[in-house]
Design a binder for this molecule. Structure first.
Ligand code: FAD
Length: 568
């Protein structure tokens, strides 16, 4: 019998080994999920347009593609099997928890067969992870995977049914391990430049005169326009959703050009301004590659290798690039460095790549992205509902309508509404920080991220939002990523133009972040005091007398009331 490779909407890569091995290809464009919830119009446009372009691309490359539109996968599979009852279906293991087994059930219930194969679109495999995280005490020492005292889970899962953590994992240890295994940015057995991590150089805010590199725009073609019009007509969507602001790559060719553009112009300043927030600048020097990588249009090895190659030819020592003297510039058009992928970065006129930029980028993809994928595998299904702080408040309406006087939040939500995108620090230190100290249920916040972001999939939002952002579980971090207004003030230019006073904690007009932050620490003292590196923070809590604590509680209650009423 023939082998049909069934590819999902986030497996859109034409160079897969799985494709080589298959006789033909099945793509099912399922619509039911999009009708049930309000996704960002750009997210639906991106996914459906990329699938349709991929169909055409595969056909151009000589593949036999069956493309079905259906309400559900079950309906699509039934249609397919009615035509092709003898086909042996194959599927790369989906990234979503339990989806492989569920889809096998869907196929078998309709009389077919489905074999699962390794997902090639991640760099590391579950076996690589097991070899690192291991199971014995010795492995734990090597990997930094720590097992808590107490009863061990029978099934070896990372999180117990009651939400307590059986095993914890630390990204930095994983990252070093994978650097060694892959040889990326290695100098023999040593990390390039003698250090594994140059993050302390990656916390600058740009001078006013600095202009970020121009965002590569991929003008919607006829197929994307048609898809967008259909999305707007067919579904109840969220976000501004206009076609004017839609500029994401939807094909492999465009994704490779986006990579080249980033390596050429964005990368030099990427490290230095990675954590910065600037009013009216949603993108700064970020790569904007997550939508393409998560769809499969780029293999994660490609951006990492391209950045490594650029460092080899244009590399300078950490911090050596001065954007004031050597601005990113944008005279070169996109096509001028469309080398067809790999971003060889040999052009003489391209700015130098400091090591902290190259290392910082490599750490995001090779470290964080692979790491959260495996933590997700280990910690599901419990992770989805993990809520160790028992937070139950509803997400304030400003997350949907962007209506707030708080500059940082209205900027960040505005970026999401307009582009389905906000960069990492806005996601972590504004959007999830505020929700967490407000007391929002992590699962509700996860849902918001899932619907609103063009790069959101369950496997990647869940560890990032529930564990990292909300501290619903300590499976991947020992302390919550929460901060007061002074962090936002240090990393952005928002506070200067905000009607709230970042210098004040209590009373009308004080920055809402401040009272919420201290109130959050006081409320969760029993859980947080002993964890990670929270000692210093609690010494500050102790410095506050009874009166001050009372004023903080009062202000926090008022802020929560205003936020819930949509009046913050
Ligand atoms: P850059 O800043 O240019 O980083 C380069 C690449 O590194 C990204 O393209 C991405 O592939 C990878 N990366 C960096 N950090 C992470 C991370 N923590 N997890 C996974 N990949 C990472 N990323 C998503 O892809 N989808 C999401 O839905 C998502 N939701 C997030 C929610 C929260 C609360 C937080 C804190 C982070 C989330 N991230 C998510 C991670 C990260 O913020 C985005 O990958 C990044 O902002 C994408 O923009 P970029 O491509 O310009 O990234």
């Amino acid at each position: 019998s023939d082998t049909t490779l069934w590819l999902l909407g986030d497996q859109l890569n034409p160079d897969l080994d799985a494709l080589e091995a298959a006789d033909d290809v099945l793509l099912i464009e399922a619509h039911g999920f999009a009708a049930r919830r309000r996704y960002h119009a750009h997210k639906l446009t991106l996914v459906f347009s990329a699938m349709r372009h991929f169909r055409d691309d595969l056909r151009d490359r000589g593949h036999d593609v069956t493309y079905l539109e259906a309400d559900s996968f079950g309906e699509g599979i039934a249609t397919f099997l009615a035509e092709r009852p003898d086909a042996a279906l194959e599927l790369m293991r989906p990234a979503s928890h339990g989806a492989g087994e569920r889809l096998r059930g869907v196929v078998e219930a309709r009389g077919g067969s489905l074999a699962l194969r390794e997902n090639e679109l991640f760099w590391t495999t579950p076996a690589d992870w097991r070899a690192w995280a291991g199971g014995s005490a010795g492995d734990e020492e090597r990997s930094g995977a720590k097992r808590n005292d107490g009863e061990r889970n029978d099934d070896g899962a990372a999180i117990r049914a009651d939400g307590t953590v059986d095993r914890t994992y630390r990204q930095e240890n994983w990252y070093r391990h994978v650097r060694r295994e892959t040889g990326v940015l290695m100098d023999g057995d040593e990390p390039e430049g003698g250090e594994w991590n140059f993050d302390d150089r990656n916390r600058e805010t740009p001078p006013e005169a600095w202009t970020p590199p121009e965002r590569p725009r991929f003008e919607p073609d006829a197929l994307t326009r048609e898809t967008h019009a259909w999305v707007r007509d067919r579904f109840d969507t969220w976000g501004d959703g206009s076609l004017e602001t839609f500029a994401w790559p939807v094909t492999r060719r465009e994704a490779l050009r986006a990579l080249d553009a980033f390596v050429a112009r964005g990368l030099p300043a990427f490290g230095r301004y990675q954590d910065a927030m600037v009013g009216g600048e949603p993108f700064l020097a970020h790569s904007l590659l997550s939508p393409a990588i998560n769809l499969g249009l780029l293999d994660p090895r490609e951006p990492v290798r391209a950045v490594e190659a650029a460092y080899e030819t244009r590399g300078v020592e950490p911090g050596a690039f001065d954007p004031d003297v050597d601005p990113a510039g944008s005279e070169t058009t996109l096509d001028a460095f469309a080398t067809g992928g790999g971003g060889d970065g040999t052009a003489d006129d391209l700015p130098p790549v400091p090591l902290n930029a190259a290392e910082g980028f490599v750490r995001q993809v090779l470290g964080w992205r692979e790491f959260v994928r495996h933590v997700y595998r280990e910690a599901m299904p419990e992770l989805a509902d993990a809520n160790r702080l028992d937070q139950e408040r509803a997400l304030p309406p400003l997350y949907w309508d962007g209506e707030t006087d708080m500059r940082c939040l209205s900027e960040a939500v505005g970026h999401v509404r307009e582009h389905g995108y906000a960069h990492h620090i806005e996601r972590l230190m504004v959007l999830s920080n505020f929700a967490t100290i407000h007391g929002v249920d992590p699962a509700d916040l996860n849902e918001w991220f899932h619907l609103g972001f063009v790069d959101a999939y369950h496997w990647v939002t869940t560890p990032n939002v529930v564990a990292m952002g909300s501290f619903g579980s300590d499976v991947l971090s020992s302390k919550p990523y929460v901060a007061s207004g002074s962090y936002v003030n240090r990393m952005s230019d928002h506070c200067a133009s905000c009607p709230y006073a970042v210098s004040r904690t209590t009373g009308e007009g004080a920055c809402p972040f401040n009272a919420l932050y201290w109130d959050f620490l006081m409320e969760h003292e029993a859980t947080l005091r002993g964890t990670g590196r929270m000692g210093l923070m609690y010494s500050h809590v102790e410095d506050k007398d009874r009166e001050e604590r009372e004023a903080i509680r009062e202000r926090a209650a008022r802020v929560r009331e205003l936020a819930a009423a949509g009046e913050l």
